[in-house]
Design a protein around this ligand. Structure first.
Ligand code: ASP
Length: 480
């Protein structure tokens, strides 16, 4: 059974809860949203305070190395941050309860680290419990702060909602169990206008062991909870205003993209942590729930709304120009490739053996070019590839990716892109693998220039409305 409340799920990342001021901003944002959402209800998911997960993982390493005492000591600063926020923002009557819970967490973590030193083989299980405190304490403190700011909130242990397999450190949720548990736990609160506050990133296995969903897993938690509750919107609050038209460090005139389709967002995911990982929002995609990326420092800006392509209202064919430096191109030429089969399998088996992901691939009759991001195992890869043919390497390259629905079907896009890149050598081009992306590789030293020129062409020449007018008159081939 799912609720008919269709709540808004609001997820706040670690930088949105880095200190008391940040928590205060979150309280304001939730309160404003709650006033707007009225009977629809709000569910809040929160990450550990910034840097806490790293600190907890470091303490686990130290305990394994036999330094439990130092490991425990190293966490004092982090506990103090939670205590400060609780003292500043919780109702005076609640401060003692919250700080007692923080003290209890400190004792339990010390005990867990001591056990880990004696029993290092228990690491996967114990590590998940230790890191789970980061999110649990954030949620506890935020619930107290929200409650004190008129948001009528209640802490809920996310492990009662997100049910996973036993793969510690990167557990996979069971959709049906998660749906059922989440609905059962949260619907009664929502119907009473109480805002549940849960830690992201954590879950529990069917046998009740604490599990985690992998680094950055709180977005995933938000999507799972949103899908379980048929949310009307999932908001990911972070420290940037949505997805940008280009990297603002190299294009100062870059601006926020108002709408993206799920597919466009997935293509952009490779290029930066600021865009959601496709796996992360999969539960939202399945239920066609819109996902909004917003900036908790500038909450009045609308951010980027990611949703089904059919629902986007953008006129632009090109939505964003992403790039990534530090890319290596590997080119394999083998006459044996001509007219035979099985060559590609052999080629890709090399990368599988060396556990190295391949990103962009292009082929001709007798050669294959591909790009690697991670070159840690390159020497072994090259040795194996040389058994297959002649191998050439180009390092210090950059991938540039022009993303937008309709790239494949709109006349003139490739001409526009490459006309503005004359005198920049292109080592590889890929178009057509996806209908929303045109990818090519240039020398790293020319990447910023290429991105700036393309941004100028596609985003700074016409205003949006002007471009739409041109399209309507059939004059702007670039514009739908
Ligand atoms: N706190 C976890 C991490 O730092 C999960 C998250 O913030 O999404 O990876």
């Amino acid at each position: 059974m799912s609720t008919t409340i269709n709540p808004i799920v609001m997820k706040f990342g670690g930088t949105s809860v880095e200190d008391a001021n940040a928590f205060r901003r979150v309280c304001e944002i939730v309160r404003a949203q709650k006033a707007k959402a009225r009977e629809r209800g709000i569910v809040v998911i929160v990450s550990a305070m910034s840097k806490v997960t790293d600190a907890l993982l470091t303490s686990v390493e130290a305990a394994i190395a036999g330094e439990t005492h130092a490991a425990t000591e190293s966490l004092e600063n982090q506990f103090a941050r939670y205590v400060t926020v609780a003292r500043e923002l919780a109702h005076p009557d609640k401060v003692a309860t919250v700080t007692e819970a923080i003290d209890k967490a400190r004792d339990e973590i010390a005990e867990l680290l001591a056990t880990l030193q004696r029993q290092p083989s228990a690491r996967p299980l114990i590590q998940d419990v230790v890191v789970s405190y980061g999110e649990r304490l954030s949620a506890l403190v935020l619930a107290a702060a929200l409650d004190n700011h008129g948001a009528n909130a209640q802490y809920i242990d996310a492990r009662r909602c997100i049910i996973t397999d036993e793969e510690h450190g990167r557990a996979t949720p069971f959709a049906e169990e998660t749906d059922n548990h989440t609905t059962r736990e949260l619907t009664p609160l929502l119907t009473q206008n109480i805002t549940p506050v849960l830690g992201g990133f954590i879950g529990s296995s069917l046998s009740g062991a604490t599990t985690t969903l992998g680094r950055g897993g709180s977005d995933y938690s938000a999507a799972l909870i949103g899908a379980a509750l048929d949310a009307s919107e999932i908001q990911i609050w972070t420290d940037v205003t949505g997805v940008m038209t280009a990297d603002p460090r190299i294009v100062p005139r870059a601006r926020t993209v108002p709408f993206l389709s799920y597919e466009e967002a997935a293509e952009l995911a490779y290029f930066g942590a600021k865009v959601l990982h496709p796996k992360t929002i999969q539960p939202a995609i399945v239920k066609a729930i819109p996902v909004r990326v917003c900036n908790s420092r500038v909450p009045e800006e609308a951010g980027t709304l990611i949703r089904r392509e059919a629902d986007t209202q953008e006129h632009r064919v090109i939505k964003s120009i992403a790039h990534k430096n530090g890319i290596t191109v590997v080119r394999i030429t083998a006459a044996a490739m001509l007219g035979t089969y099985g060559f590609m399998r052999q080629l890709f088996e090399v990368f599988e053996r060396h556990r190295t992901p391949v990103d962009v691939v292009t082929t001709s009759e007798v050669s294959v070019s591909l790009t690697l991001d991670d070159t840690a195992r390159l020497p072994g890869i090259l040795e194996d590839l040389r058994q297959l043919g002649r191998v050439e390497i180009e390092d210090k390259r950059a991938i540039i990716c022009v993303v937008g629905a309709g790239i494949l079907t709109t006349r003139g896009i490739a001409t526009q892109v490459f006309r503005h890149l004359e005198n920049i050598t292109i080592s590889l081009i890929s178009q057509g693998a996806s209908s929303v992306n045109l990818t090519f590789v240039v020398d790293e030293t020319r990447a910023a220039e290429a991105v700036s020129r393309l941004h100028h062409t596609f985003f700074e020449t016409y205003g949006l409305d002007e471009a739409a007018d041109l399209a309507a008159r059939g004059e702007g081939e670039l514009i739908r």
